[in-house]
Write a protein that binds this ligand. Structure first.
Ligand SMILES: [Fe+2]
Ligand SMILES: [Fe+2]
Length: 207
């Protein structure tokens, strides 16, 4: 039998075929689960639907407007806001069609509504969603996708990300995952520079 999360994911999918959002959301979902395992007081029934649905609103924004609305050079706050507001409407329809718990639905919608524009976290659930969303940037796939679309060199982008860790994250666990992600990316870059594979480097450490 399909879990409620699979059903939500299926309904979100048609809205995620833009801006690499399918891969973005699946990585964020995995990150949310990692964070939930460390914060038992956070509610998966709020966090997981919120992360699956948080970016569905991008589908309503013309693609040529995407790049101006997020990332280190994103200045178009109006467009960024549109993806949040449109996202709330789509998420509301999806959750209602699945007869999702009404109180949890309201909390999910509030989280989606401010997931990028609101700087503070309203609750632990909100903090976990915000952190899982940002952790994508610290994975090899996220870092590579973002630094290419923003036009940065990999090393330059990785060091900017490292400088942002303390500003961006709300949870200690997310900061740790972010640092470990960058350590790995930097190790691979060092190996690439020396023409070695990371596995050769790891076996040297064992000698
Ligand atoms: Fe977003
Ligand atoms: Fe996102």
């Amino acid at each position: 039998m399909k879990t409620i999360y699979v059903k939500i994911e299926e309904q979100a999918k048609p809205y995620l075929d833009t801006r690499q959002n399918e891969i973005h959301v699946s990585i964020c979902y995995a990150m949310a689960k990692r964070l939930l395992s460390q914060y038992p007081d956070a509610d998966p029934e709020v966090v997981l639907p919120a992360i699956l649905l948080h970016d569905v609103g991008w589908k309503m924004v013309p693609e040529e407007k995407h790049l101006g609305a997020f990332g280190p050079r994103g200045k178009d706050m109006e467009t960024r806001r549109i993806h949040e507001i449109e996202g709330v409407g789509i998420a509301r329809r999806i959750l209602a069609s699945l007869e999702y718990d009404r109180r949890k639905t309201e909390e999910i919608l509030v989280i989606i509504e401010g997931h990028d524009s609101r700087d503070e976290a309203l609750s632990l659930n909100d903090a976990v969603v915000k952190d899982a969303d940002k952790l994508w940037r610290f994975t090899p796939a996220g870092l590579e996708t973002d630094r290419k679309r923003f036009g940065f060199d990999k090393r330059q982008y990785a060091s900017w990300l490292r400088a942002m860790i303390d500003t961006w994250f709300f949870t200690t666990a997310a900061r740790k995952i972010a640092r470990e992600g960058l350590d790995e990316v930097e190790l691979v870059m060092q190996c690439e520079q020396r023409g070695e594979s990371p596995s050769e480097e790891a076996s040297k450490d064992l000698e």
